[in-house]
Ligand binder design. Structure first.
Ligand code: ZN
Length: 131
């Protein structure tokens, strides 16, 4: 889903960094910066930035092309368990789709998502590549 420029600007912190929310009430961690804990509803939260290193737990291949996407098909989208213990879904890049394996170590990298052709905004965000 492509966001409008104002929407993207509002969520850019979660697009460019892997921020983890830690709840001071229940102690659970959640990926992305959230003002309220989604587990217990407490607003007593603090934030850390993930090192961006994790392991691919599972993955799938996507065979449809998004608007303005320059990625080759199929795209590999995986569930990555970060060292900090939380899971995040992201595209796996920098490797052939038939070489992706469960258990492989990956790191978060900033990459182009899509662009508003021909002269519009270029949207960047986090993907994962093999370590
Ligand atoms: Zn909580």
């Amino acid at each position: 889903m492509k966001l409008s420029a104002p929407q993207f600007w509002r969520v850019k912190e979660n697009q460019y960094k892997l921020v983890i929310t830690i709840c001071k009430n229940c102690g659970r961690k959640t990926v992305f910066k959230r003002p309220i804990c989604p587990h217990c509803g407490s607003d007593g939260v603090e934030y850390i930035e993930s090192a961006g290193i994790g392991v691919v737990e599972e993955f799938t291949k996507v065979y449809y092309k998004r608007d303005s996407s320059e990625d080759r098909l199929p795209e590999v989208v995986g569930v990555v368990k970060l060292r900090e213990g939380v899971r995040v879904v992201g595209e796996i890049v920098g490797i052939r789709s038939d070489e992706v394996r469960e258990g492989m170590e990956v790191e978060a990298v900033l990459r182009k998502y899509v662009s508003d052709e021909p002269y519009g905004i270029i949207y960047y965000g986090l993907k994962f590549k093999p370590v």
